[in-house]
Design a protein around this ligand. Structure first.
Ligand SMILES: C[S@@+](CC[C@H](N)C(=O)[O-])C[C@H]1O[C@@H](n2cnc3c(N)ncnc32)[C@H](O)[C@@H]1O
Length: 287
């Protein structure tokens, strides 16, 4: 276990949600009917002193209402986005960019086609924390992997291109667990930059979660800072927003994806409840 001082700054506060997601991936990985297996997720939790993170709840994320409510959505989104990225790679996107990757381990756990390069973008200290844990556990990547330390508020496309991304070739992009935490104008800038760095044939895979009374109430139980986590995301419906930037979107409600994977409707997005909202999973292709 690391000490408080070892928890990277980027995984404090709002960034700590990356550890909350890891707790849910670890939980899903323990299910016999799991939708994916992330054998490293628990190691990130084990590496953090529980006193330093509200998310370091290790094997009992179900004890935290917010995590219990978002568990199904995280399981569904992980599987859906795994499939979306693998399909894009099989269809010719031999460069994959994981934006704000947190402790994502797709570069280690997915069966990438030969020759795929996965670029992992996050703050330097988050990448270093992830590296330390993965190295300790002997993780081996299943692709060529390029870590890109960058701040998404700055000129990250230039950093990515300097790191080797070729914007003249199709890219598969991942924006997972990001949109809802950005205000509308920041999502516009993000998509503008992704689009500008994308060649025809590129694919964008993403999720988005609408805030709701139920999510607000359960976030408030954890911290006031977390209550402010939702910043709205795109100002328009996802398909309209993606199409406005020239992408051909395919957007699915989380309830539809749950039915597809034979999982119950996630409680946080149950349409019959007045205090819930929607969650979506989407892919989009640039013609
Ligand atoms: C909710 S987590 C999502 C992580 C990952 N995509 C997932 O779903 O597991 C948010 C991540 O965004 C990163 N992040 C937040 N603001 C950022 C910024 N301005 N530049 C780069 N990364 C950022 C944090 O460090 C954290 O790892």
């Amino acid at each position: 276990m690391t000490t408080n001082a070892d928890v990277p700054e980027g995984l404090n506060g709002v960034g700590a949600t990356a550890l909350g997601v890891a707790a849910l991936r670890a939980q899903e990985s323990r299910r016999p009917d799991r939708l994916f297996d992330d054998p490293y997720a628990q190691h990130f939790l084990d590496a953090v002193d529980p006193a330093t993170s509200p998310w370091a709840v290790a094997e009992t994320p179900g004890d935290v209402d917010f995590l219990r409510l978002t568990a199904e959505q995280v399981a569904l989104r992980t599987r859906f986005l795994d499939q979306a990225l693998l399909h894009a790679a099989q269809d010719g996107c031999d460069q994959v960019v994981l934006l704000a990757c947190g402790v994502d381990t797709r570069a280690f756990r997915l069966p990438w086609p030969t020759g795929v390069r996965v670029f992992e973008v996050d703050f330097a200290d988050v990448l270093a924390f992830r590296d330390t844990v993965l190295t300790q556990h002997g993780a081996t990547s299943t692709c060529q992997r390029v870590e890109v330390a960058a701040d998404l508020r700055e000129d990250w496309p230039r950093t990515l291109i300097e790191a080797g991304l070729d914007p003249t070739r199709p890219t598969a992009w991942l924006a997972e667990g990001i949109l809802y935490a950005l205000p509308p104008e920041a999502t516009d800038l993000l998509l503008e930059r992704v689009t500008a760095a994308s060649a025809p044939g590129s694919v964008l895979a993403l999720d988005h979660v609408e805030d709701s009374e139920l999510l607000r109430t359960t976030r408030a139980e954890i911290s006031a800072e977390l209550l402010d986590l939702w910043q709205g995301g795109p100002a328009e419906a996802l398909d309209t927003w993606l199409a406005r930037y020239g992408w051909r979107p395919s957007v699915h409600d989380a309830t539809e994806v749950a039915a597809h994977y034979q999982r119950p409707t996630p409680a946080a997005f149950a349409p019959e409840r007045a205090d819930t909202g929607h969650a979506w999973l989407a892919t989009a292709e640039l013609p």
